[in-house]
Design a protein around this ligand. Structure first.
Ligand code: OSB
Ligand code: MG
Length: 366
Protein backbone atom coordinates (compact mmCIF):
# COMPACT_ATOMS: atom_id res chain seq x y z
CA UNK A 1 0.00 0.00 0.00
CA UNK A 2 1.14 3.51 -0.82
CA UNK A 3 -0.07 6.80 0.59
CA UNK A 4 0.52 10.16 -1.08
CA UNK A 5 0.07 13.53 0.56
CA UNK A 6 -0.34 16.44 -1.85
CA UNK A 7 -0.51 20.06 -0.69
CA UNK A 8 -2.53 22.09 -3.17
CA UNK A 9 -3.13 25.80 -3.52
CA UNK A 10 -6.16 26.58 -5.67
CA UNK A 11 -6.89 30.23 -6.54
CA UNK A 12 -10.42 31.28 -5.56
CA UNK A 13 -12.46 33.11 -8.21
CA UNK A 14 -13.58 35.55 -5.51
CA UNK A 15 -11.85 36.38 -2.18
CA UNK A 16 -13.70 34.98 0.84
CA UNK A 17 -13.85 37.32 3.86
CA UNK A 18 -15.05 36.33 7.31
CA UNK A 19 -14.69 37.92 10.74
CA UNK A 20 -11.32 36.12 11.07
CA UNK A 21 -9.77 37.15 7.76
CA UNK A 22 -9.69 36.97 3.97
CA UNK A 23 -8.80 33.90 1.91
CA UNK A 24 -7.69 34.35 -1.70
CA UNK A 25 -6.59 30.76 -2.28
CA UNK A 26 -7.93 27.44 -1.10
CA UNK A 27 -5.26 25.34 0.55
CA UNK A 28 -5.88 21.64 1.14
CA UNK A 29 -4.04 18.38 1.63
CA UNK A 30 -5.15 15.70 -0.80
CA UNK A 31 -4.61 12.09 0.25
CA UNK A 32 -4.29 9.30 -2.32
CA UNK A 33 -4.20 5.68 -1.18
CA UNK A 34 -3.26 3.00 -3.71
CA UNK A 35 -2.50 -0.72 -3.55
CA UNK A 36 -0.71 -3.31 -5.67
CA UNK A 37 -3.97 -4.35 -7.39
CA UNK A 38 -4.61 -0.82 -8.63
CA UNK A 39 -7.35 0.11 -6.18
CA UNK A 40 -7.23 3.78 -5.24
CA UNK A 41 -8.95 6.17 -2.88
CA UNK A 42 -8.99 9.98 -2.67
CA UNK A 43 -9.67 12.16 0.36
CA UNK A 44 -9.04 15.75 1.39
CA UNK A 45 -8.17 17.75 4.46
CA UNK A 46 -9.57 21.22 3.68
CA UNK A 47 -7.95 23.82 5.94
CA UNK A 48 -6.37 27.24 5.92
CA UNK A 49 -2.81 28.52 6.27
CA UNK A 50 -3.71 30.44 9.43
CA UNK A 51 -5.30 29.13 12.62
CA UNK A 52 -8.23 31.55 12.13
CA UNK A 53 -11.24 29.26 11.85
CA UNK A 54 -9.70 26.58 14.07
CA UNK A 55 -6.32 25.71 15.62
CA UNK A 56 -5.49 23.25 12.83
CA UNK A 57 -3.72 24.60 9.74
CA UNK A 58 -2.56 22.91 6.56
CA UNK A 59 0.92 22.63 8.09
CA UNK A 60 -0.18 21.13 11.43
CA UNK A 61 -2.34 18.60 9.58
CA UNK A 62 0.54 17.74 7.23
CA UNK A 63 2.77 17.09 10.24
CA UNK A 64 0.21 15.06 12.21
CA UNK A 65 -0.57 12.93 9.17
CA UNK A 66 3.10 12.41 8.29
CA UNK A 67 4.35 11.62 11.79
CA UNK A 68 1.41 9.81 13.38
CA UNK A 69 -1.57 9.01 11.16
CA UNK A 70 0.00 7.66 7.96
CA UNK A 71 2.51 5.36 9.79
CA UNK A 72 -0.45 3.65 11.54
CA UNK A 73 -2.23 3.24 8.22
CA UNK A 74 0.86 1.68 6.61
CA UNK A 75 1.05 -0.93 9.38
CA UNK A 76 -2.20 -2.53 8.14
CA UNK A 77 -1.79 -5.63 5.95
CA UNK A 78 -5.15 -5.24 4.27
CA UNK A 79 -7.27 -2.14 4.45
CA UNK A 80 -10.96 -2.86 4.98
CA UNK A 81 -12.23 0.24 6.76
CA UNK A 82 -11.41 3.25 8.92
CA UNK A 83 -12.54 1.41 12.06
CA UNK A 84 -9.25 -0.54 11.87
CA UNK A 85 -7.57 2.70 12.95
CA UNK A 86 -9.94 3.79 15.70
CA UNK A 87 -7.76 2.31 18.44
CA UNK A 88 -4.41 3.88 17.42
CA UNK A 89 -6.05 7.13 16.31
CA UNK A 90 -7.87 7.50 19.64
CA UNK A 91 -4.43 8.00 21.18
CA UNK A 92 -3.86 11.05 18.99
CA UNK A 93 -5.90 13.80 20.57
CA UNK A 94 -7.75 16.39 18.51
CA UNK A 95 -6.55 17.12 14.97
CA UNK A 96 -9.93 16.13 13.58
CA UNK A 97 -9.32 17.68 10.15
CA UNK A 98 -6.02 15.80 9.80
CA UNK A 99 -7.77 12.51 10.62
CA UNK A 100 -10.75 13.21 8.38
CA UNK A 101 -8.65 13.50 5.21
CA UNK A 102 -7.24 10.02 5.83
CA UNK A 103 -10.73 8.73 6.60
CA UNK A 104 -12.20 10.18 3.40
CA UNK A 105 -9.42 8.52 1.36
CA UNK A 106 -10.01 5.18 3.09
CA UNK A 107 -13.77 5.43 2.47
CA UNK A 108 -13.20 6.05 -1.23
CA UNK A 109 -10.66 3.22 -1.41
CA UNK A 110 -13.05 0.76 0.27
CA UNK A 111 -15.95 1.86 -1.95
CA UNK A 112 -13.82 1.45 -5.10
CA UNK A 113 -12.49 -1.93 -4.01
CA UNK A 114 -15.93 -3.33 -3.19
CA UNK A 115 -17.58 -1.82 -6.28
CA UNK A 116 -19.83 0.46 -4.27
CA UNK A 117 -20.68 4.13 -4.46
CA UNK A 118 -19.58 6.34 -1.57
CA UNK A 119 -23.30 6.99 -1.22
CA UNK A 120 -23.75 3.36 -0.15
CA UNK A 121 -21.21 3.87 2.64
CA UNK A 122 -22.75 7.13 3.81
CA UNK A 123 -26.39 6.00 3.57
CA UNK A 124 -27.45 8.33 0.75
CA UNK A 125 -31.11 7.97 -0.19
CA UNK A 126 -31.62 10.97 -2.48
CA UNK A 127 -30.43 11.45 -6.04
CA UNK A 128 -30.18 15.25 -5.77
CA UNK A 129 -29.74 17.74 -2.97
CA UNK A 130 -30.99 21.33 -2.60
CA UNK A 131 -28.16 23.71 -1.89
CA UNK A 132 -27.27 27.14 -0.56
CA UNK A 133 -24.35 29.53 -0.72
CA UNK A 134 -22.19 31.23 1.91
CA UNK A 135 -21.27 34.80 1.01
CA UNK A 136 -18.32 36.53 2.66
CA UNK A 137 -18.21 40.09 3.96
CA UNK A 138 -18.15 42.50 0.99
CA UNK A 139 -16.55 45.96 0.62
CA UNK A 140 -20.03 47.58 0.73
CA UNK A 141 -23.71 46.66 0.97
CA UNK A 142 -24.45 47.32 -2.71
CA UNK A 143 -21.77 44.81 -3.73
CA UNK A 144 -23.32 42.27 -1.35
CA UNK A 145 -26.80 42.83 -2.80
CA UNK A 146 -25.44 42.32 -6.31
CA UNK A 147 -23.80 39.08 -5.25
CA UNK A 148 -26.95 37.82 -3.55
CA UNK A 149 -28.96 38.60 -6.66
CA UNK A 150 -26.49 36.68 -8.85
CA UNK A 151 -26.73 33.58 -6.65
CA UNK A 152 -30.54 33.75 -6.42
CA UNK A 153 -30.66 33.95 -10.23
CA UNK A 154 -28.50 30.82 -10.35
CA UNK A 155 -31.15 28.98 -8.31
CA UNK A 156 -29.52 28.70 -4.87
CA UNK A 157 -32.11 27.82 -2.21
CA UNK A 158 -30.80 29.87 0.64
CA UNK A 159 -28.35 32.67 1.29
CA UNK A 160 -25.95 32.71 4.21
CA UNK A 161 -24.08 35.91 4.86
CA UNK A 162 -21.09 36.40 7.11
CA UNK A 163 -21.58 39.07 9.77
CA UNK A 164 -19.33 40.95 12.19
CA UNK A 165 -19.81 44.03 14.40
CA UNK A 166 -20.70 46.90 12.07
CA UNK A 167 -21.83 44.53 9.30
CA UNK A 168 -25.06 43.11 10.68
CA UNK A 169 -28.47 44.76 11.31
CA UNK A 170 -28.25 47.41 8.61
CA UNK A 171 -27.14 44.79 6.09
CA UNK A 172 -30.06 42.51 7.01
CA UNK A 173 -32.51 45.39 6.69
CA UNK A 174 -31.28 46.14 3.18
CA UNK A 175 -31.44 42.46 2.17
CA UNK A 176 -35.03 42.05 3.40
CA UNK A 177 -36.07 45.28 1.66
CA UNK A 178 -34.47 44.20 -1.60
CA UNK A 179 -35.26 40.47 -1.69
CA UNK A 180 -38.30 39.94 0.58
CA UNK A 181 -38.70 36.62 2.35
CA UNK A 182 -35.83 34.63 0.80
CA UNK A 183 -34.35 31.86 2.96
CA UNK A 184 -31.68 33.79 4.84
CA UNK A 185 -29.24 33.07 7.65
CA UNK A 186 -26.09 34.61 9.17
CA UNK A 187 -22.73 33.24 10.33
CA UNK A 188 -20.74 35.33 12.84
CA UNK A 189 -17.71 33.03 13.15
CA UNK A 190 -17.52 33.92 16.87
CA UNK A 191 -17.33 37.69 16.37
CA UNK A 192 -19.72 38.62 19.22
CA UNK A 193 -20.13 38.19 22.98
CA UNK A 194 -22.98 38.10 25.50
CA UNK A 195 -22.71 41.90 25.64
CA UNK A 196 -24.42 41.84 22.25
CA UNK A 197 -27.66 40.15 23.38
CA UNK A 198 -29.72 43.23 22.46
CA UNK A 199 -28.34 43.17 18.94
CA UNK A 200 -29.34 39.52 18.55
CA UNK A 201 -32.81 40.28 19.94
CA UNK A 202 -33.12 42.95 17.27
CA UNK A 203 -32.20 40.32 14.67
CA UNK A 204 -35.32 38.27 15.50
CA UNK A 205 -37.40 40.62 13.36
CA UNK A 206 -35.55 39.51 10.22
CA UNK A 207 -36.83 35.92 10.60
CA UNK A 208 -33.51 34.26 9.92
CA UNK A 209 -33.34 30.48 9.55
CA UNK A 210 -30.58 30.54 12.16
CA UNK A 211 -27.61 32.45 13.58
CA UNK A 212 -24.44 30.40 13.19
CA UNK A 213 -21.72 30.52 15.85
CA UNK A 214 -22.40 33.98 17.31
CA UNK A 215 -20.18 33.59 20.40
CA UNK A 216 -16.72 32.32 21.33
CA UNK A 217 -15.29 29.41 19.31
CA UNK A 218 -14.73 27.31 22.45
CA UNK A 219 -17.97 28.18 24.18
CA UNK A 220 -21.16 26.15 24.37
CA UNK A 221 -22.86 27.28 27.59
CA UNK A 222 -22.99 31.00 26.82
CA UNK A 223 -24.80 30.07 23.63
CA UNK A 224 -27.48 28.54 25.86
CA UNK A 225 -27.88 31.89 27.63
CA UNK A 226 -28.21 33.63 24.28
CA UNK A 227 -30.66 31.05 22.91
CA UNK A 228 -32.93 31.60 25.93
CA UNK A 229 -33.16 35.30 25.05
CA UNK A 230 -33.93 35.08 21.34
CA UNK A 231 -36.39 33.35 19.01
CA UNK A 232 -34.00 32.76 16.11
CA UNK A 233 -32.41 29.30 16.33
CA UNK A 234 -28.75 29.28 17.33
CA UNK A 235 -26.54 26.96 15.25
CA UNK A 236 -23.11 25.79 16.41
CA UNK A 237 -20.13 25.35 14.09
CA UNK A 238 -16.66 26.08 15.61
CA UNK A 239 -17.56 24.84 19.14
CA UNK A 240 -18.40 21.27 18.15
CA UNK A 241 -15.66 18.66 17.51
CA UNK A 242 -17.12 15.30 18.50
CA UNK A 243 -20.32 13.28 18.23
CA UNK A 244 -20.87 13.64 21.99
CA UNK A 245 -20.45 17.41 21.95
CA UNK A 246 -23.00 17.68 19.14
CA UNK A 247 -25.60 15.56 20.94
CA UNK A 248 -25.05 17.30 24.30
CA UNK A 249 -25.28 20.80 22.82
CA UNK A 250 -28.71 19.99 21.40
CA UNK A 251 -29.95 18.03 24.44
CA UNK A 252 -28.86 20.80 26.79
CA UNK A 253 -30.56 23.40 24.55
CA UNK A 254 -27.40 25.39 23.92
CA UNK A 255 -28.34 25.43 20.23
CA UNK A 256 -31.14 24.12 18.04
CA UNK A 257 -29.05 23.19 15.03
CA UNK A 258 -25.55 21.83 14.34
CA UNK A 259 -23.54 22.73 11.25
CA UNK A 260 -21.86 19.39 10.52
CA UNK A 261 -18.50 19.83 8.86
CA UNK A 262 -17.16 16.32 8.48
CA UNK A 263 -13.56 17.52 8.87
CA UNK A 264 -14.32 19.35 12.11
CA UNK A 265 -15.90 16.28 13.71
CA UNK A 266 -13.16 13.85 12.69
CA UNK A 267 -14.67 12.45 9.52
CA UNK A 268 -17.68 11.25 7.58
CA UNK A 269 -18.62 8.31 9.79
CA UNK A 270 -18.84 10.66 12.79
CA UNK A 271 -20.86 13.06 10.64
CA UNK A 272 -23.26 10.23 9.76
CA UNK A 273 -23.59 9.30 13.43
CA UNK A 274 -24.41 12.87 14.46
CA UNK A 275 -27.05 13.08 11.71
CA UNK A 276 -28.54 9.71 12.70
CA UNK A 277 -28.74 10.62 16.37
CA UNK A 278 -30.06 14.16 15.95
CA UNK A 279 -32.31 13.64 12.94
CA UNK A 280 -34.09 16.01 10.59
CA UNK A 281 -34.07 19.81 11.04
CA UNK A 282 -31.25 19.65 13.58
CA UNK A 283 -28.31 19.22 11.20
CA UNK A 284 -27.03 20.47 7.89
CA UNK A 285 -23.72 20.16 6.07
CA UNK A 286 -21.31 23.08 6.13
CA UNK A 287 -18.23 23.53 4.00
CA UNK A 288 -14.58 24.58 4.03
CA UNK A 289 -14.37 25.73 0.39
CA UNK A 290 -13.49 22.13 -0.47
CA UNK A 291 -12.02 21.01 -3.77
CA UNK A 292 -14.17 18.72 -5.88
CA UNK A 293 -12.94 15.67 -3.97
CA UNK A 294 -14.48 16.37 -0.57
CA UNK A 295 -17.25 18.37 -2.22
CA UNK A 296 -18.46 15.04 -3.61
CA UNK A 297 -18.05 13.37 -0.19
CA UNK A 298 -20.13 16.21 1.34
CA UNK A 299 -22.83 15.72 -1.27
CA UNK A 300 -23.18 12.01 -0.55
CA UNK A 301 -23.49 12.83 3.16
CA UNK A 302 -26.24 15.34 2.40
CA UNK A 303 -28.12 12.81 0.32
CA UNK A 304 -29.04 11.18 3.65
CA UNK A 305 -32.63 11.80 4.66
CA UNK A 306 -31.79 13.95 7.75
CA UNK A 307 -30.36 16.77 5.63
CA UNK A 308 -33.54 18.73 4.88
CA UNK A 309 -31.86 22.12 5.47
CA UNK A 310 -29.88 23.25 2.38
CA UNK A 311 -26.13 23.21 3.00
CA UNK A 312 -23.13 25.34 2.00
CA UNK A 313 -22.04 22.99 -0.80
CA UNK A 314 -22.16 25.27 -3.83
CA UNK A 315 -21.15 24.45 -7.40
CA UNK A 316 -17.43 24.19 -8.27
CA UNK A 317 -17.65 27.39 -10.34
CA UNK A 318 -18.54 29.43 -7.25
CA UNK A 319 -15.01 28.72 -5.97
CA UNK A 320 -12.67 27.70 -8.79
CA UNK A 321 -12.00 28.44 -12.44
CA UNK A 322 -11.02 24.80 -12.85
CA UNK A 323 -11.89 22.08 -10.32
CA UNK A 324 -9.89 18.85 -9.97
CA UNK A 325 -12.76 16.49 -10.78
CA UNK A 326 -14.73 15.84 -13.96
CA UNK A 327 -17.52 16.51 -14.26
CA UNK A 328 -17.28 19.45 -11.86
CA UNK A 329 -20.06 19.95 -9.28
CA UNK A 330 -22.93 21.75 -10.96
CA UNK A 331 -26.01 23.45 -9.53
CA UNK A 332 -29.06 23.32 -11.80
CA UNK A 333 -31.38 26.30 -12.28
CA UNK A 334 -33.67 24.95 -9.55
CA UNK A 335 -30.80 25.01 -7.01
CA UNK A 336 -30.20 21.26 -6.92
CA UNK A 337 -27.03 19.25 -7.35
CA UNK A 338 -27.50 15.81 -8.90
CA UNK A 339 -25.29 13.05 -7.51
CA UNK A 340 -23.45 10.59 -9.72
CA UNK A 341 -23.80 7.15 -8.20
CA UNK A 342 -20.92 5.45 -9.97
CA UNK A 343 -18.22 3.45 -8.23
CA UNK A 344 -16.39 5.28 -5.42
CA UNK A 345 -16.50 9.05 -5.94
CA UNK A 346 -18.48 8.56 -9.15
CA UNK A 347 -16.40 11.23 -10.90
CA UNK A 348 -12.96 11.29 -12.48
CA UNK A 349 -10.08 12.80 -10.49
CA UNK A 350 -8.00 15.04 -12.78
CA UNK A 351 -4.45 14.26 -11.71
CA UNK A 352 -2.92 16.62 -14.28
CA UNK A 353 -4.90 19.50 -12.77
CA UNK A 354 -3.80 18.41 -9.31
CA UNK A 355 -0.19 18.64 -10.53
CA UNK A 356 -0.86 22.22 -11.65
CA UNK A 357 -2.09 23.17 -8.16
CA UNK A 358 0.43 21.08 -6.21
CA UNK A 359 2.98 22.92 -4.09
CA UNK A 360 4.45 19.90 -2.25
CA UNK A 361 4.11 16.10 -2.40
CA UNK A 362 5.28 13.19 -0.31
CA UNK A 363 4.93 9.48 -0.98
CA UNK A 364 4.92 6.96 1.87
CA UNK A 365 5.21 3.17 1.78
CA UNK A 366 6.63 0.48 4.02
O1 OSB B 1 -17.73 29.19 9.12
O2 OSB B 1 -18.84 27.99 7.78
C1 OSB B 1 -17.82 28.63 8.03
C2 OSB B 1 -15.55 28.66 4.96
C3 OSB B 1 -14.31 28.53 5.56
C4 OSB B 1 -14.22 28.49 6.93
C5 OSB B 1 -15.37 28.57 7.70
C6 OSB B 1 -16.63 28.68 7.12
C7 OSB B 1 -16.70 28.76 5.72
C8 OSB B 1 -17.95 28.96 4.99
C9 OSB B 1 -17.99 28.59 3.53
O3 OSB B 1 -18.93 29.49 5.47
C10 OSB B 1 -18.59 27.28 3.25
C11 OSB B 1 -18.31 26.83 1.84
O4 OSB B 1 -18.77 27.49 0.90
O5 OSB B 1 -17.64 25.80 1.68
MG1 MG C 1 -19.57 28.70 10.14
Amino acid sequence: MKVKQIMVKMPLVHPFTTSFGTQRDKYAILIKISDEEGNIGWGETPLERQPGYCYETTETAWYIQKEFLIPELLKLDTLTGYEQLSEPYSKIRGHEFAKSGIEAAINTYVANKTGKSLGDLYGSVRSKVPTGVSIGIQPDIDKLLTRISTFLDQGYHRIKIKIQPGWDLEVLKRIRTEFGDIKLMVDANSAYSLNDVELFKAMDRYELMMIEQPLHYQDVLQHKKLQREIDTPVCLDESIHTVTEAIEAIEQECAQIINIKPGRVGGYMNAVEIARKLGKNKVWCGGMLESGINRVHNLFLQAREEFSIPGDTSGSNRYFEQDIIAPAVKVDDKGYITLLHGKGLGVEVLEDKIEDYSIRQQLYML
